[in-house]
Design a protein around this ligand. Sequence first.
Ligand SMILES: *Cc1c(COP(=O)(O)O)cnc(C)c1O
Length: 372
Amino acid sequence: MAHIVDLRSDTVTKPTEAMKHAMTNSALGDDVYGEDPTVNALESKIAAILGKQAALFVPSGTMANLIAIMVHCNKRGSEAFVGNLTHIYKYEQGGASHVAGVLLSTLTNKPDGTFDLEELESRIRGTDVHEPVTNLVAVENTHNVCGGKVLPLKFLDDLAALCKRHNLPIHMDGARLFNACAYLQEDPSRVVRDCDSVSVCFSKGLSAPVGSALVGSYHFIDQARRMRKMLGGGMRQAGVLAAAAIVALDEVVPLLKLDHKRAQILAKVIEGLFLKSFTVDVEGQHSNIVLVRIPAHSALTAEQVVARLAQVCLAETQGDCKTTNDEGVIVKAIYFNSKTLRFTIHREISDEDLWLAIMKITYVFKELDAAA
Ligand SMILES: *Cc1c(COP(=O)(O)O)cnc(C)c1O
């Protein structure tokens, strides 16, 4: 038996007791008729929090982003600009092209999750008969693959000014928007002020079981509601799910800063090991995602590190790397590529879990570094 500390993703979080209570005790109706009071309450609540007119509850973040693209780019042959390391570009099967006939054009993401605004401006198209028509710019906040980076408000403000000049809407993939707000200590409505639409996930760090919201103007959400139905995302007594999301906003959002603190501690410990095989960016450690990088010249791969963290050897449990019950420790992590692994802190990681994970990671990193 081993104690498992699951740092693969904040999606592994399960509903809290208060969520389960709300899920079994909330008023329900048929949401396709607009008659689920709990869904309606969630949609009003999230729209108000983000300072927008309306919201739509959808099954997933992927669907929220796809619907946003479909509404903003409602003519085939439209072009949407996205960062080359964004979820929309890397992890949504190219749904924008597959389903919506939209060309995704990439801007190179900088390490802080932003991209070059001069490059964007120089690449906006629309009058030449040879070219597609640029109809959208999307940003991701926090930026997952860049290590949970929070986009600077200055960048968002400059982007907004540029897009206004060109009459281009902005969509924010805010799957972890509340993590960004916790870091900035800013009101969500300020962070998304100049975005025409925003998607937020309830099922990541917020710990609800299922669901995302798409938020925007009345007109935008009316069109989004049609698209949701076409994509098969019209749900009936969806208040069962929305109930948990309402609790998530009240109960879990205020706790996100604790995840960030624990992620800071983990990053600082790894930095403090001073190992040549593993580096972290403590300065850029904004939120709940900790990226560990392996130098390009190293023979070590992130796959090997992830596999080793999932094993317990006898020597570990004979030393200090164990629980008070003498159980070994497994740390689950994921890798983005052969030189980058990711640890994600979430509500179910207690201080004791963090401590055990630190012991295990320290043990394994030293072992692999010595062998490298
Ligand atoms: C997880 C995630 C999504 C999509 O969420 P699903 O609910 O898994 O479809 C979109 N964007 C980002 C940045 C994410 O991390």
